[in-house]
Design a protein around this ligand. Structure first.
Ligand SMILES: NC(=O)c1ccc[n+]([C@@H]2O[C@H](COP(=O)([O-])OP(=O)(O)OC[C@H]3O[C@@H](n4cnc5c(N)ncnc54)[C@H](O)[C@@H]3O)[C@@H](O)[C@H]2O)c1
Ligand SMILES: [Zn+2]
Length: 371
């Protein structure tokens, strides 16, 4: 067993720890026992993750004397819907779960989001634990308590703020993650450097390539640094009335790209985030808020590790700035018809603004579509 890092998330009575280490799954039972109300859990996972990690987790729970059951959902974004949620909740109730039973989300962000939401509504709220197994879920979605499912009207429109009791991030699980998924998660870690930590971004420029290729010690360090960054922001603004919105850097664009490509395999979330971040830098540069060299430095880093940065890599022949703008004005971050953007004065200097003209936005998108 390697060294375990403990990152606290300070939220008063709802505070919890994120544990990060290699091989943590094997000692999950020991770590969980002190925080469980009863030695009884229900594991929720998906059909990709179950054959890889369910047995290891269950063995560890049994060794600690923790009673367990499991539910295996289909993998993929489609699982985050009402039909699946209903099935999950009904199955939990059928298994006679009690207020003291905790749910364990074993998987990526999809499993974390639906399990957290189920935990927040079943029996008016029971405890849940995140065991994230993708880089994206280890550095982002398992931390901070946003839970939910999708609606035909848009992604993540139904949900709750509901914090886990503990997050166990086992770096070893990343070894089986497809490289494309790993890189998608990496885009979200770069985001933290770009928001307010230029030293972290410089560190990623040096270490990112080795980390993406598989260096476990670097992966542990990146998860710890990312969780610390997110924990600070979440502790200051749990419900996203202010600073937490900075975490949406690149996301207003990313969500429009995902909506236009139909949330399919042609563009996964982290890839959309990489392109979206580049567009946020381009727009900032267009508005003379950020030096052009900074845009190029960011794009260069994404390209070095193998992430896309150009709209041309995904755009269809009929894409226009207007189609993307239409998606943006439908995003849930729109207030009083004004789109809130995260713009930047340079690497590590992001800020929020609703003061962006349609002309500037459309011409940035037009330039990006022609590059
Ligand atoms: N709650 C939040 O704050 C928040 C933040 C960001 C994203 N999200 C949500 O997270 C979801 C995306 O999460 P994700 O990228 O983890 O996707 P995911 O959960 O769909 O996982 C990606 C794929 O990898 C597979 N997988 C998971 N772990 C594996 C492993 N160790 N080895 C091999 N395969 C593995 C999964 O079965 C799936 O096919 C989206 O629904 C997004 O809305 C939520
Ligand atoms: Zn994201």
């Amino acid at each position: 067993m390697s060294y375990i890092n403990r990152v606290p998330v300070e939220l008063g009575k709802r505070s919890y720890d994120i544990l990060v280490g290699i091989g943590l799954l094997q000692q999950a039972g020991e770590e969980l026992l002190p925080i469980l109300r009863q030695p009884r859990v229900a594991i929720i996972t998906d059909d990709n993750v179950a054959p890889l990690y369910l047995e290891t987790l269950e063995t560890s729970l049994s060794a600690a004397g923790i009673n367990h059951s499991h539910t295996i959902l289909p993998h993929g974004e489609q699982t985050k819907d009402f039909t699946c949620l209903q099935r999950l909740v009904e199955q939990l109730l059928k298994n006679k779960m009690e207020r003291g039973t905790a749910l364990i989300a074993l998987g990526g962000g999809v499993i974390g989001d639906i399990t957290g939401f189920a935990a927040s509504i079943v029996l008016r709220g029971i405890d849940f634990i995140q065991v994230p197994t993708t880089l994206l879920s280890q550095v982002d979605s398992s931390v901070g308590g946003k839970t939910g499912i999708n609606s035909p009207h848009g992604k993540n429109l139904i949900g709750s703020f509901y914090q886990p009791r503990l997050v166990l991030a086992d770096i070893g699980t990343l070894d089986t993650l497809p490289q494309r998924e790993l890189l998608a998660g990496y885009a979200e870690t770069v985001k933290y450097g770009l928001i307010n930590d230029s030293d972290f971004f410089a560190w990623l420029e040096e270490q990112g390539p080795a980390l993406c290729k598989g260096d476990q010690a670097l992966r542990q360090e990146v998860v710890v640094r990312s969780c610390r960054a997110k924990a600070v922001i979440v502790a200051t603004d749990e419900r996203e009335v202010g600073a937490r919105a900075l975490l949406n850097l690149g996301h207003t664009f990313a969500h429009a790209l995902e909506a236009e490509t139909g949330y399919g395999d042609s563009l996964i979330h982290g890839e959309a985030v990489a392109i979206g971040i580049k567009l946020a830098f381009d727009l900032s540069s267009h508005l003379k808020l950020c030096p052009k060299q900074e845009c190029e430095r960011v794009a260069h880093h994404f390209e070095t590790v193998g992430l896309p940065t150009k709209l041309r890599e995904i755009a269809g022949p009929d894409w226009t700035p207007q189609t993307l703008v239409n998606h943006m004005t439908r995003d849930k971050k729109v207030r009083n018809e004004k789109i809130t953007f995260v713009l930047t004065n340079g690497i590590g200097k992001a800020f929020l603004t609703s003061d962006v003209s349609m002309d500037a936005l459309e011409s940035t998108l037009q330039d990006a579509l022609s590059q």
